[in-house]
Design a protein around this ligand. Structure first.
Ligand SMILES: CCCCCCCCCCCCCC(=O)SCCNC(=O)CCNC(=O)[C@H](O)C(C)(C)COP(=O)(O)OP(=O)(O)OC[C@H]1O[C@@H](n2cnc3c(N)ncnc32)[C@H](O)[C@@H]1OP(=O)(O)O
Length: 199
């Protein structure tokens, strides 16, 4: 596996990390269940109370950003980050990535199409991990998306990402998202390597 400059925070022992990933998996499932159901009022209110109780149960384990596991578990395809769709990499180097992902009901915009804002989120995740692989920490300076066709939910999509050019601190990246033979979105982005002291 390639290394990421952002990965230094990963802290958990295997048992804790795996358990936390299960928790995030359940949260993803819950997001889909809530999105795709229409419970009667009394059920919605009862579940809302149960969820508040669950959140309250977690409160005592609160930690600062440096110690949180969400988003920091790079060994898991979703890096334990419920906001970002899970990326299953099939090929990965410092210059090129390929893989698959599946958007779910939680990511729905309208009429079977993924929400337009989810697509740049996906590209930022693909590109951010790629640009940061075997390179110093960097951040997205711009990210341009061309929406070629609607991006369907509930289907396995193929993604690509490629470092096209590195010019000093600037890393230029391109990529695509495809549903079978149909390219549904393309993107290009600039990542800039952070200077000492930049957040
Ligand atoms: C713990 C484990 C965590 C794991 C996480 C890993 C997975 C992560 C996955 C998720 C990843 C998510 C990642 C995220 O989402 S990062 C979050 C989203 N991005 C940001 O918040 C970045 C905000 N912006 C900045 O911080 C600064 O603007 C940066 C750092 C980007 C540059 O400011 P800085 O002061 O440092 O640099 P500079 O201004 O001297 O510019 C340097 C060069 O760059 C050129 N330039 C700059 N901007 C643009 C532009 N817009 N178009 C064209 N060119 C631009 C500029 O002309 C110059 O070129 P040149 O004159 O040298 O030729």
């Amino acid at each position: 596996m390639t290394s990421s400059a952002w990965a230094a925070q990963t802290l958990a022992d295997q048992e804790t990390g795996t358990a936390f990933e299960h928790l995030i998996g359940s949260l993803r499932g819950l997001q889909d269940s809530v999105t795709s159901t229409r419970p009667p009022a009394e059920v919605a209110l009862a579940i809302a109370a149960e969820l508040r109780a669950v959140a309250h149960r977690l409160d005592e384990f609160g930690v600062g950003e440096a110690d949180q596991l969400a988003g920091a578990q790079m060994d898991y395809p979703g890096r334990s980050q419920a906001c970002v769709p899970v990326l299953d990499h099939t090929a990965q180097s410092a210059d090129e990535v390929r893989g698959t992902l599946q958007l779910s009901r939680f990511h729905l915009g309208r009429n079977g199409a993924a929400h337009g804002g989810v697509i740049p989120l996906v590209f930022d995740e693909i590109f951010g991990r790629l640009a940061g692989t075997d390179r110093p920490r960097c951040r997205t300076a711009f990210l341009h998306v061309d929406y070629r066709e609607i991006t369907p939910i509930g289907r396995r999509l193929d993604f690509t990402g490629r470092v096209e050019r590195v010019d000093g601190r600037k890393i230029f990246v391109t990529g695509s998202l495809a549903d079978g033979d149909a390219v549904v979105a393309e993107a290009d982005a600039l990542f800039v390597v952070l200077r000492e002291g930049q957040p």
